[in-house]
Design a protein around this ligand. Structure first.
Ligand SMILES: C[S@@+](CC[C@H](N)C(=O)[O-])C[C@H]1O[C@@H](n2cnc3c(N)ncnc32)[C@H](O)[C@@H]1O
Length: 336
């Protein structure tokens, strides 16, 4: 295969691969996808990556809004929050779903990144989303950073969901699936392509992409260490001498069904990565439920870290770094 696949061809390829074993699927994800079905344009058994609940009647929407107050209070301290909040609401309306915490969390993340990176945020050219869900973050970034190209990588079953939700937002979008290296080269060379989808089994291809910013939210915590290592390796394999920024927000520790323990501090950070922020994520410690209206802590603390990763490739150009930022906290415990 040598061409990137667009619209129906991409959908057919993803559907053909739905029953293929996703090697990057941890025991957690094999369990989550057990009841997954896609037939005649309808999904069944979508588990583990958020809830695309319908918006519902106004009392339900009001309860969401009321329960979101503590999260919106955090947003008030972030310059772009109001604008992004409006974009989040528009995405929910177009995709016909509730503006719930799954969307609001991503809105807060993007507002926070915009605040931290300042003018560099608008200069990002390639953003990698590892493990989206219902295309929420990709949809948001499409609107918030129209000049950037988004590459999204996910397990095939979830990638099909991401694809359909992103396409629903913008039916005219030029989005393609890159199933091999040659197709990816062509997709990257085509300035008109704004979203490139890659199946997790093909994640090694990402070494070809010069990623300015990679984002992973609540996803590495459910991967095995080899898979996490592969993503770090591809981000470090830049040929242009620049360093990729990586925003990583995950549970500090999570035990997967097969007994594997995923630990944030064990991800392959390096002592010479430049740590910009490292703290518990303020908006990712508690969630709410609508019935009965209440807050619950997640099963463990979530840490977020913004880091500039050192690259393994020899610099082919003078070292250039578009990414500014100041170190917030120096308690860098993750090197191994
Ligand atoms: C708990 S969901 C989080 C979804 C979303 N990021 C959020 O914050 O709500 C984890 C996501 O990671 C994806 N995922 C699991 N294993 C993956 C892998 N090996 N490569 C890429 N994505 C993966 C899942 O399909 C799912 O989309």
């Amino acid at each position: 295969m040598t061409e990137p696949l667009f619209s129906d061809n991409a959908l057919q390829e993803l559907q053909r691969n739905l029953d293929r074993h996703d090697h990057g699927a941890s025991s957690h994800w094999r369990q989550m996808h057990q009841d997954y079905r896609y037939r005649d344009g309808r999904f069944e058994g979508l588990n583990g990556f958020g809830d695309p609940e319908p918006a519902g009647a106004w009392p339900r929407r009001l309860v969401h809004r009321w329960l979101q107050r503590p999260f919106r209070r955090i947003g008030r301290g972030l310059g772009d929050f109001r604008t992004l909040d409006g974009i989040g609401a528009r995405i929910a309306a177009i995709q016909e779903r509730a503006y719930n915490l799954d969307i609001l969390r991503q809105v807060l993340t993007v507002a926070w990144l915009s605040e931290r990176l300042g003018p560099d945020f608008a200069r990002l050219r390639t953003i990698l989303v590892i493990g989206d869900g219902f295309g929420t973050l990709t949809s948001l970034l499409r609107s918030a950073c129209p000049a950037a190209r988004i590459v999204m990588v996910n397990l095939t079953k979830t990638l099909l969901v991401d694809w359909l939700y992103v396409a629903r937002l913008d039916p005219g979008i030029r989005m393609c699936l890159a199933p091999d290296a040659e197709a990816l080269d062509r997709a990257l060379a085509d300035a008109g392509v704004s979203v490139i989808a890659i199946q997790a089994d093909d994640a090694g291809l990402l070494a070809k992409v010069e990623v300015d910013l990679a984002i992973n939210i609540a996803s590495m915590q459910e991967m095995g260490p080899e898979t996490v290592g592969l993503y770090f390796d591809t981000l470090r394999a830049r040929r242009d001498g620049r360093q990729s920024l990586f925003y990583c927000c995950n549970r500090e520790e999570k035990r997967l069904p097969d007994g594997t323990v995923s630990r944030f501090s064990d991800y392959p950070w390096r002592a010479n990565d430049t740590l910009l922020v490292d703290e518990l994520c303020p908006w990712h410690q508690e969630y709410y439920i609508v019935h009965p209206p209440s807050y619950r802590p997640y099963e463990g603390p979530h840490r977020h870290r913004l880091v500039r990763l050192v690259t393994d490739a020899p610099s082919s150009s003078p070292y250039g770094d578009i990414h500014g930022g100041t170190v917030d906290r120096g308690n860098y415990a993750g090197s191994r």
